[in-house]
Every structure is written in C-alpha cells, then in structure tokens.
Ligand binder design. Structure first.
Ligand code: GLN
Length: 483
C-alpha cells in the first residue's frame, strides 16, 4: 500500500513554506492519473477541477509566504463524496438522474474544509444515492479496491476510501446512513469515522434517510481523521438538526492514556459464525487494550439481530420520500415525453438504477396506508430498543465498545448478486446509525492479505474518546495493523 505523508505533516510543510501547497496538489493529481484514471484504473474519482484546485493551492502558498497561518489542513488535497454539494464540480450522487448537475450552493462541510486550508481536488464514486455496500451500484461503473482491484472497496463511500488507501489524498469525506464510511474504511485498510447524529452539518449533503444521515471522515491515520472531523464539526445555522454541543479538540487529545477506561465486548458482535481469523484479530486488539491499562468487560446488546430488518425499513421509507424531488423538473436530466405524467415516469425509470428503484418501491410500500403501523411504526419501536441497549451499557460504566467493523473482508466484484446478502454486510455498523452514536473503524490486521477493520463505539458526542482509543491501538499495533 502507498502511504505518503500525513495531512498533519503536509499542513506543517505548507504552512512553513518548505513545500508549496501547489506541489502537493500536483502530486495528488499525478497519483490519480497513475492509479485511478483510464480503463484499468480504480475509478474512484468521478469529477475533478484541476484549475480551481491549483488556484486555491496557490492562495494557500501565498498566505504562507506572507506569514499567515493558513489553517490545520493548509494546502492538504482532499476529495469528497459525490453526494456533497460543490460549486465548480458536478454533484451526481453516482446517478444518471443527476448527470451534469452542478449545485448552485456549496455544502457547509466543504466551506469548512476550505476555511481550514484544504484543497478539494475531486468528487468520488459511490453507490447510487449512497444505497449499497460495495460501490457497484454506481451509474458510472464500480470503483475498485486499491489493495486488490478484483475486489470492491466497500460502500457506499467506496471512491473516497479508495482515494485515501491508494495514496491520492490523506483525508476524504464520505457519508453514513448505515455504515457507508466505516465499512469501506475497513475494506481498504484505513480509518473512517461516523460522528454522532447532529455533530456535523448536513447542509448540502443530498438527503437519503434524514433520521440517519451524517457526513463522515476518512483518514490514512487516526490523527488525520481527527483533524478532518475537527475541521467540519459543530453547529451550523443552515442545518437546524446540527447540534450546539461544544466541539472537543480531537487532534490535541488523541494521545491521552487509556488507563482506567472500560471497553465493552458485546457478545452479539462475536457470534459463533464469525470468521475465526477476524475474531482472532479482535482478540489481539482486546489484549492490546488491556496492556494499555484499559479493562475489558463482556456486555450484551440483545436487540442487535434486529438492526438489519429495522434499518432496511426505515432507510428505504425515508428515501422514498426524499427522492420524490427528482422528478425531471427541478434537477438533472429530463426525459422527452408527450405528457407531464409520462415525463415523470420516463425520467425516473431511466434515471434511477435497480437498487434505488427497489428502495423507493419498498419504502413507498412500508409507508402506505394499512402497512404503516405494521412496518414503519414497528421499526421505529425496535429502533428505540436498539438505542436503549447502548444507553444501558454506557450507563453501567462502560466507556466504549469494540467489535469487528464488518463480518468479512473485501469481497470480489460481482460476488453478491442477492440484495439481501449485500444488506448483511451492514450487520455490525447499522446499529450505531440507528442509535445515533459515534463510531470509528481502524485497521487491526489482515486476513489473506486483505484488511480487517476494528470498530470503536461510544456514547453521543464522545468522539474524542473514540479517537483516543483508536490512536492508542494504532500506535501499539504499529505495522501489525497492516499484516
Ligand atoms: N449499505 C447501506 C445501504 O445500502 C448503508 C448505506 C449508507 O450508509 N449510505 O443502505
């Protein structure tokens, strides 16, 4: 795997003027040309804007020359998932229906990245409207895993994960509705964090399931992910669902000790059917936590097995409502037709792919009169039970939970044609979205050369604790995290 300098290191060099930001941005584009573009490439980047990126980098270099502090991500090249609105590049959500669509406004997370000095060099491939776990559902072709291009990078933020793992950029943004940052982070051997629901503004994030969606951050290291989240977190007056809670200085507190910290091992995340080699990697991580002074406690989250059916009712229900806006009138492409009704039907039938169509049908069904109580309302009740499981464990004195991120390593492209089998990829990740708590995945070793992710979860707004545990584990594992 290509490693390259960290975001922290690059920002230091750019601020000190020892390396001009323009050089790092040129290098990011050169690396993308080498590994990403063309028929044999990773297909991780859908759109880019070289001219704007180099212009922004030149401004950072000027600031540094004039002795100004250009920010914690000074001149650091980053990529963002294609469902996050940018001004000079398209925002297509990996869908035909938004082909060529350029947003008239910018997402708050993008504005904040730029304010921190970052240079957004491109938009990344994704499962259409973030529905999927492999990036195979993109209308623009699948993205590939840099560690083995015959395999998926995970999804739905697979393009962003692939860019970080391939050494194009050290930090990237993705989005999470049910694991779409943590699972690709695990598959690509990098760090991915889903913040608490409300921690980060969603202004300019194209809505999938509004009670679950959050922007998340990828980093090649825990520190880089912490710097990235620090740059985008916090209340935004353009998003009334963003929380007012104070933002901790994640990067400054990552190295605090784990002495006295209680880490829970939820038995439902270690079923007998779990791949023994993934279990072994997790057990080694628990041993490391103990050596670092933490206590490991067996706990139970009894409603875990209900997470997938619950998630796959709530997410499609909300999606069927959110995606009603793509009607051929307001955004993107419009089919030619004789009547208005035909225009709507043709635009949507041709514009949406199979999985998105399936979700809209499912979602419309579970919300329809006569079925609402049996499905949607029931799912909301079960969701409350799942959230309560976590609350009880945290209230009993457990600071964090540690689990595998995914039940498998990266699978071959084309291996999962049954949608239900694909949904099971999210078994360990969808729970945190349903409960609204923060969670992070980091590499904890390899199985047959493919990365295994370990997941840390904590109570609402305790992102600093996640970074602290992950940083300590990353440091203690060292090279073993990639072997
Ligand atoms: N794999 C899940 C789905 O297909 C989660 C996607 C996501 O988090 N955006 O819905």
């Amino acid at each position: 795997m290509m490693s390259g300098p960290s975001a922290a290191e690059l920002a230091r060099q750019h601020a000190a003027g020892t390396t001009p930001a323009t050089k790092s941005v040129e290098q990011a584009f050169a690396r993308a040309a080498e590994v990403d573009a063309g028929p044999g490439g990773l297909n991780a980047i859908l759109w880019d804007d070289r001219e704007a990126a180099l212009g922004a980098a030149a401004r950072v270099a000027d600031l540094a020359r004039q002795g100004h502090q250009p920010g914690p991500l000074a001149g650091v090249p980053v990529v963002v998932k294609d469902n996050i609105a940018t001004l000079t590049m398209p925002t297509t959500c990996g869908s035909r229906i938004l082909e060529g669509y350029v947003s008239p406004y910018e997402a708050t997370v993008v504005t904040r990245l730029r304010t921190a000095g970052a240079i957004v060099i491109g938009k990344t491939n994704m499962d259409e409207f973030a529905m999927g776990s492999s990036t195979e559902n993109s209308a623009y072709g699948p993205a590939k895993n840099p560690l083995d291009p015959t395999r998926v990078p995970g999804g739905s933020s697979g393009g962003s994960a692939a860019c970080v793992a391939a050494g194009i950029v050290p930090v990237a943004l993705g989005s999470e509705t049910g694991g779409s940052v943590r699972q690709p982070a695990a598959f690509c051997g990098i760090v991915g964090v889903k913040p608490t629901y409300g921690r980060v503004s969603r202004y300019g994030l194209v809505a999938f399931a509004s009670s679950l969606d959050q922007v998340g951050v990828f980093g090649r290291s825990v520190e880089d992910a912490a710097i990235g989240l620090g740059a985008i977190a916090g209340r935004d007056r353009y998003d009334s669902t963003s929380a007012d809670a104070a933002v901790d200085d994640y990067a400054a507190t990552v190295s605090e000790t784990l002495k006295g910290v209680v880490i829970g091992r939820p038995r439902e995340y270690f079923p007998d059917s779990l791949d023994a080699r993934i279990r072994e990697r997790c057990d080694a991580a628990f041993d490391t936590f103990r050596q670092l002074g933490a206590t490991v406690r067996d706990v139970s989250l009894p409603h875990t097995d209900l997470a997938i059916p619950t998630y796959y009712i709530i997410a499609p229900a909300e999606a069927s409502s959110n995606l009603a806006r793509f009607d051929g009138v307001r955004y993107g492409v419009r089919a030619k037709a004789a009547t208005l009704r035909e225009m709507y039907a043709d635009t949507r039938s041709h514009g949406f792919g199979r999985e998105v169509t399936r979700r809209i049908l499912l979602g419309t069904y579970v919300l329809s009169a006569g079925y609402y109580d049996a499905y949607y309302r029931k799912a909301q009740e079960v969701r409350a039970l799942i959230a309560d499981d976590f609350q009880k464990v945290f209230d009993s004195g457990v600071d964090m939970l540690f689990t595998p991120t995914a039940p498998t390593t990266a699978f071959p492209i084309g291996a999962k044609s049954d949608p239900y089998e694909m949904y099971l990829s999210d078994i360990f990740t969808a729970t945190a979205n349903l409960a609204g708590i923060p969670a992070l995945s980091l590499p904890i070793g390899r199985v047959d050369g493919l990365p295994v992710g370990g997941q840390v979860m904590a109570r609402h707004f305790a992102e600093a604790a996640l970074f602290r545990a992950a940083f300590a584990l990353e440091l203690a594992l060292g090279e073993a995290a990639h072997r």
